[in-house]
Write a protein that binds this ligand. Structure first.
Ligand code: ARG
Length: 260
């Protein structure tokens, strides 16, 4: 994770961002602290930090740093010029911490667009940010099957804002963010009883951008309906307020990168 010391919205690279709508940085800091605290104290996670950098407001969204499995990391290669300087910071952190870093030759936005499902395959998004050919690199490097899902809409520009694999093969996702073919791929690979579809309203509240650690699921203001559905599946649900980060088009999961 990376503290929001320099978090703000001074450019707009997704439809949630509006440079006229100011971010309350102190509130952002308190919200981020509450996420760290819940991860550490309720979910038992170990949190490592990468320094924030002035002029790089989206560096707080460490999900985009890389796709990491074991000691290997496929580094992000950001599509938008505004985020491209983040790459060197993530690269240095990963190398300094013993990861083998692989550089993709095409745009690729890390764990924002590539999610491990059920320990056996990768669900990966493309079109808005990541180039579909980056998916080949994932399967070459990790020997895993990758299911490429097109992201046709600007609001759901990373796969982690519309799809969230959970432990035990469960899958939280927003069907409206995928095309007919993508939905067929999801339905062919995820058993019906494991699929948990969100409504449009829940998805716009970033329900799919949840972090799961063990049986704990953390997300921004989950609806009562989803909270109940997750509890029935055996998860402990923690709802947080991450309103300031929604102004940049991100929420709980975007603020983290899973390293183990
Ligand atoms: N403002 C950032 C961007 O548009 C938000 C990134 C959110 N990260 C994520 N993994 N979805 O790139």
């Amino acid at each position: 994770m990376s503290p929001p010391d320099h978090f703000e919205v001074f450019y707009a690279i997704n439809p949630w961002m509006d440079v006229q709508q100011p971010v309350d940085r102190q509130l952002a800091r308190r919200q981020w602290d509450s996420l760290v605290e819940a991860l550490q104290q309720k979910a038992g996670a170990l949190v490592s930090l990468v320094d924030s950098v002035e002029g790089l407001p989206d560096l707080v969204f460490t999900a985009n740093a890389a796709f990491v499995q074991g000691h290997k990391a496929i580094l992000a290669s950001f599509k938008n010029v505004e985020r491209q300087p983040e790459q060197a910071h993530y690269q240095r952190w990963l190398s300094d911490h013993g990861f083998e870093v692989v550089l993709p030759p095409v745009p690729f936005e890390g764990a924002g667009d590539a999610l491990m499902y059920d320990g056996r395959l990768v669900l990966a998004g493309y079109r808005q940010r990541t180039e579909v050919t980056a998916h080949q690199l994932i399967s070459q490097q990790f020997g895993l099957p990758v299911l490429s899902l097109e992201l046709p809409t600007a609001h759901f520009y990373h796969i982690d804002v519309c799809l969230c694999p959970l432990e035990g093969g469960h899958l939280l996702y927003y069907p409206g963010a995928f095309d007919e073919y993508g939905l067929r791929v999801i339905e062919a690979n995820v058993p019906e009883e494991k699929r948990l579809a969100t409504t449009a309203q829940e998805a716009r509240n970033f329900a799919c951008n949840a972090v799961q650690v063990g049986r704990v699921v953390l997300a921004h203001q989950l609806s009562a309906r989803l909270t109940e559905a997750l509890r029935r599946r055996g998860f402990e649900v923690i709802s947080l307020d991450l309103s300031e980060f929604l102004k940049a088009g991100g929420s709980a999961k975007c603020l983290t990168l899973r390293l183990n």
